[in-house]
Design a protein around this ligand. Structure first.
Ligand SMILES: [Mg+2]
Length: 187
């Protein structure tokens, strides 16, 4: 079975400006290429799991999201970084776009996207890593049984109970260093 670095997008790969949907607003976070390259070298598949309620809220369309994603994947491929799969969840309970108005099992903090990735790619989640910038990312990882949970920066919300094992790191650069350390070898 393969292992993965499961990545939130906004706040991890790019700076979270809130509902980023255009190339012009997409700013890579410092250290992200280094972090992805290191994870890849260590044999992890790279999988993006991103809530995109902006689609359901009508701020941008699925086509906009796909266009930005295509560009992002090209930029990464140019740097030798291969993203195995991108999962996104356009649903939200209060979406204005009716077909996306639902509490969906893929929307983090629910673990649906991670479980789907595990099924599609044959992942050993217990030996995989989830990285995000919000507690909801950590809750999704925990609920899916991901072995290592990395939280970068200072989340908006306060920590929910039951997530004592989360590794706190100041930023993505620190995550790159952490990924390079022997500490992440599977037990
Ligand atoms: Mg985020």
């Amino acid at each position: 079975m393969r292992t993965a670095l499961l990545l939130d997008r906004d706040g991890v790969i790019n700076v979270d400006r809130g509902y980023v949907s255009e190339i012009a607003a997409f700013e890579w976070r410092d250290g992200v290429f280094d972090m992805l390259a290191k994870a890849q070298e260590r044999g992890h598949l790279l999988v993006i799991v991103t809530n995109q309620s902006g689609i359901g809220r009508g701020y941008y369309t699925s086509d906009d999201f796909e266009r930005l994603t295509g560009w992002m994947l090209e930029q990464l491929a140019d740097r030798g970084i291969d993203i195995a799969r991108v999962y996104h969840c356009p649903f939200h309970p209060e979406a204005v776009v009716e077909r996306y108005r639902a509490a969906h099992p893929w929307r983090k903090p629910e673990p649906g996207m991670l479980l789907q990735a595990a099924q599609d790619l044959g992942l050993d989640l217990g030996r995989s890593i989830m990285i995000g910038d919000q507690w909801t990312d950590m809750q999704a990882g925990h609920a899916a049984g991901v072995g290592r949970l990395l939280l970068v920066g200072e989340p908006k919300a306060s920590p929910p109970p039951g997530l004592d094992g989360v590794v706190r790191l100041p930023d993505v650069k620190a995550a790159a260093s952490w990924l390079n350390a022997a500490a992440i070898d599977p037990p």
